[in-house]
Design a protein around this ligand. Structure first.
Ligand SMILES: [Fe+2]
Ligand SMILES: [Fe+2]
Length: 177
């Protein structure tokens, strides 16, 4: 519990400059998984990665970890509604990185976090341990968000919706996402 409070205080301190600039607030308008918005997902990924960095026996660049995690899905469109020339799952790290470079001064670690967070769907692995942490945290949060949406459907007694979300979960982790 104390560790979570410490994590939240550190997160608030490290995230404030990023949240105040750029267009991160736009992510509140876009759904990511289930009811979760891209903004909430990005915050959850950043907090999860920061928590892991506090309990693992390695030294992490925590400021860059949080900044990269907050910007990892900075693609600024609703991927459910927009028709893209290339598949969202493969291409959005590139779009997010270009947007982030336009709005922020990125370090190589931050850029690598954004570009490589979809590994192993995208074939090049993360280069830095901060990017590995965000890649893992992204999977943890996406799984939690999809299953919490499933749980709501089950508790509402809507099996058809449950099956639809199971299908959504499957495609969320497959190459045509
Ligand atoms: Fe992503
Ligand atoms: Fe993500």
């Amino acid at each position: 519990m104390r560790l979570l409070i410490k994590r939240d205080n550190l997160f608030n301190h490290l995230s404030e400059p990023v949240l105040k600039t750029g267009h991160l607030n736009q992510l509140k308008a876009f759904k990511q998984h289930g009811r979760c918005t891209c903004y909430d997902h990005s915050v959850a990924v950043a907090k999860t990665a920061l928590f892991l960095s506090m309990i693992l026996p390695f030294r992490f660049k925590q400021k860059q970890l949080v900044r990269g995690a907050l910007l990892h899905d900075y693609f600024l469109y609703d991927w459910h509604n927009v028709k893209l020339e290339k598949l969202h799952g493969f291409h959005h790290p590139h779009i997010a990185c270009e947007n982030a470079k336009r709005d922020f001064d990125l370090t190589p670690v931050e850029e690598n976090i954004i570009r490589r967070h979809m590994f192993p769907l995208t074939p090049i692995p993360p280069r830095y341990k901060e990017a590995v942490l965000v890649t893992i945290s992204d999977k943890i949060c996406a799984t939690r968000e999809v299953f919490s949406a499933l749980g709501r459907k089950i508790s509402n007694g809507r099996p058809a919706a449950y099956l639809a979300h199971m299908f959504a979960f499957l495609i969320a982790f497959l190459p045509w996402r």
